[in-house]
Design a protein around this ligand. Structure first.
Ligand SMILES: [Zn+2]
Length: 68
């Protein structure tokens, strides 16, 4: 079980249905910490704020279930 911490407040909701309606251009990336198994959502992060480990970038498309 993974913990997901949302760093930025302005993360657009995932809209089901046809396409993705992005009303703003805020792009966030998922970062996974290999040490404490925490996933962070942020625009940019380098290190885990908890343990200072280098974060792995998670492909956001796969995470959101977007295939196209
Ligand atoms: Zn960590």
């Amino acid at each position: 079980m993974q913990i997901i911490k949302q760093i930025q407040t302005a993360v657009t909701d995932q809209l089901p249905g046809n396409g993705i309606n992005r009303q703003d251009s805020i792009e966030t990336t998922l970062y996974a910490c290999p040490k404490c198994s925490t996933t962070y959502i942020a625009s940019e992060m380098d290190r885990c704020p908890e343990c200072q480990a280098t974060l792995d970038v998670v492909p956001s498309g796969a995470e959101l279930g977007i295939t196209e």
